[in-house]
Design a protein around this ligand. Structure first.
Ligand SMILES: *Cc1c(COP(=O)(O)O)cnc(C)c1O
Length: 233
């Protein structure tokens, strides 16, 4: 068995165990492979093992891989997620080449993505990034600003607003991880109670170090890099 296959099995096992511990259905959780710094070849190898969803932080690096893998016939079409900061001068590329953006935190960026999403593609799927624990130097909206931006983004026709994404400050203890994720979950529920958006179904939280706590708190989209590909330099 390859390292990659072994890592994938370990991650899947962790997700299953976390689901058992919190009485959740495994089918309610999606695995997003975070492939920043990883080669297109390695992405292809993971795709050959059945993974379809890949997340990239840096637009240019993502585009290179999207282009490299677009023509590979024997793997199913991949879904690409932009999970890093999006500057105004990059929105066109994101709108044309990615399927999802998890890191929307300003109306101006949302409007540009909306205007630049090509007609022949389905709406761009978006989540708002929330800075739930007020981590320093971090992007993301303050929790109190989420509702207003969500309402504005929901009215953009070429975007489909799906939910929230968050990257909390690293915590080593499970209880602390859980407490932060539960706050995001509460915000996620609050927004939906207020607005009843048509497709508000995605809560992206949980990375290699805290996926169990994220599953327990209700994450639907785990973003896993290190546990799949090994540690980054
Ligand atoms: C790098 C990254 C991840 C993956 O983190 P790991 O700890 O390597 O699993 C998830 N989300 C975002 C936004 C990232 O930048």
């Amino acid at each position: 068995m390859s390292h990659l296959e072994n890592n994938l099995q370990t991650v899947q096992q962790r997700i299953e165990n976390a689901c058992l511990a919190s009485a959740r259905d495994v089918a309610s959780i999606q695995l997003l492979a975070v492939s920043k710094t990883v080669s297109a070849q390695t992405v292809q190898a993971l795709a050959e093992l059945g993974v379809r969803d890949f997340g990239e932080n840096y637009i240019q690096e993502g585009l290179d891989k999207i282009n490299a893998l677009a023509g590979v016939a024997h793997i199913q079409p991949l879904r690409w997620y932009c999970i890093g900061p999006v500057q105004s001068n990059k929105t066109k590329w994101v709108a044309e080449k990615f399927d999802w953006v998890l890191s929307v935190d300003r109306l101006k960026i949302a409007q540009r993505l909306n205007d630049q999403r090509p007609e022949h593609l389905p709406p761009l799927q978006v989540c708002l990034q929330v800075n739930v624990d007020a981590g320093v130097n971090k992007s993301g909206l303050s929790p109190q600003d989420v509702s207003a931006l969500a309402l504005e983004v929901s009215q953009l026709e070429r975007l489909c607003l799906r939910g929230l994404m968050t990257i909390p400050e690293p915590q080593t203890c499970f209880e602390d991880q859980l407490a932060v994720h539960q706050r995001t979950r509460a915000l996620f529920d609050e927004i939906q109670a207020k607005h009843s958006f048509a497709q508000w179904d995605t809560l992206s939280m949980g990375m290699t170090a805290d996926l169990e706590a994220a599953v327990q708190a209700g994450s639907t989209l785990l973003r896993i890099g290190t546990a799949l590909f090994g540690s980054r330099n």
